[in-house]
Design a protein around this ligand. Structure first.
Ligand SMILES: [Zn+2]
Length: 281
């Protein structure tokens, strides 16, 4: 994966660190949020709620039905209340297409786009352009190799990360098809027990975000922690997909911890470790 590496001044660095470590500010109970979400009738109202309460820098539900957008909002609420610091890594929420459009604009140095992402005090216009161009390359690579499905998380220097969702309106047969595939993947052990819903795919992506916040798989201690599980144990006790890499193991564990009412041993242990690191950081 290509990386974004530029020299920053001390002041710019401080801004960047503050940005990455910001926290979601809880101003009401999560139940009050679910009420607001349920009461909204259009995607614009849902975007307004997300903007008002600072769920992310940019949210664009224009490609979604209110039904799908509400699902995404509930997932975000649950995750942000559990781990308020992940807000520092969620810059854009929307569709794959919308994200590419944003990156294209950033690549052109669009000042409105730079301001919306709050990058004006951290990067020069030239840096922002480079970031947009790099993001488009990363997307191209990802779309080509990964089985991009219901949701994806794109890490772009922590400054223009995308939490992306498939904007297909899951109605009727399309919905049944998707659910059937998710169930098959769960039953065959490709994905963890209990992970057969749109939400569980999103929680897998939240797992990647939490991993980044906790610096878990990127640290020696994290890698060592995961070495306690043999491939056979991971395959039978978590999922086949978790064998892909340590990052995927963590994401699958988080997905099971969120989705399964009685998460199994590996999911419970990995999730507990992440929670411990999150609390102590
Ligand atoms: Zn993943």
């Amino acid at each position: 994966m290509k990386r974004f590496e530029i020299e920053l001044s001390d002041a710019q660095n401080r801004m960047l660190i503050a940005r990455l470590n910001r926290e979601f500010y809880k101003r009401c109970s999560p139940e009050a949020f679910y009420c607001k979400i349920d009461g909204a009738t259009t995607v614009r109202e849902l975007e307004a709620i997300a903007k008002k309460y600072g769920f992310c820098d940019i949210i664009d539900f224009s490609a979604f039905s209110p039904y799908s957008a509400k699902k995404i909002m509930r997932i975000l609420t649950k995750a942000l209340y559990r781990f308020p610091r992940i807000v520092g890594r969620i810059n854009y929420v929307g569709s794959y297409k919308g994200y590419e459009e944003l990156l294209r604009k950033l690549g052109e140095g669009d000042p409105e786009c730079v301001r919306a992402l709050g990058l004006q005090h951290i990067f020069s216009t030239e840096n922002a352009r480079e970031l947009g161009a790099l993001g488009l390359e990363i997307c191209k690579e990802l779309w080509a190799c990964a089985d991009v499905s219901l949701a994806a998380f794109v890490h772009l220097a922590g400054c223009c990360n995308g939490f992306l969702f498939d904007s297909t309106d899951y109605k009727d047969y399309a919905y049944f098809d998707t659910i059937a595939t998710l169930r098959r993947n769960e039953q065959s052990g490709f994905h963890p027990k209990g992970c057969n819903t749109f939400e569980s795919v999103a929680y897998h992506e939240i797992g990647h975000i939490l991993d980044a916040v906790c610096n878990f798989t990127s640290s020696e201690a994290g890698k060592k922690f995961l070495e306690r599980y043999s491939s056979e144990e991971v395959e039978s006790g978590l999922s086949r997909y978790a064998l892909t890499s340590p990052d995927e193991l963590v994401a699958e564990a988080v997905s099971e911890a969120f989705s399964n009412s009685a998460p199994r041993k590996i999911a419970s242990e990995v999730f507990a470790k992440l929670c411990e690191i999150y609390q102590n950081n």
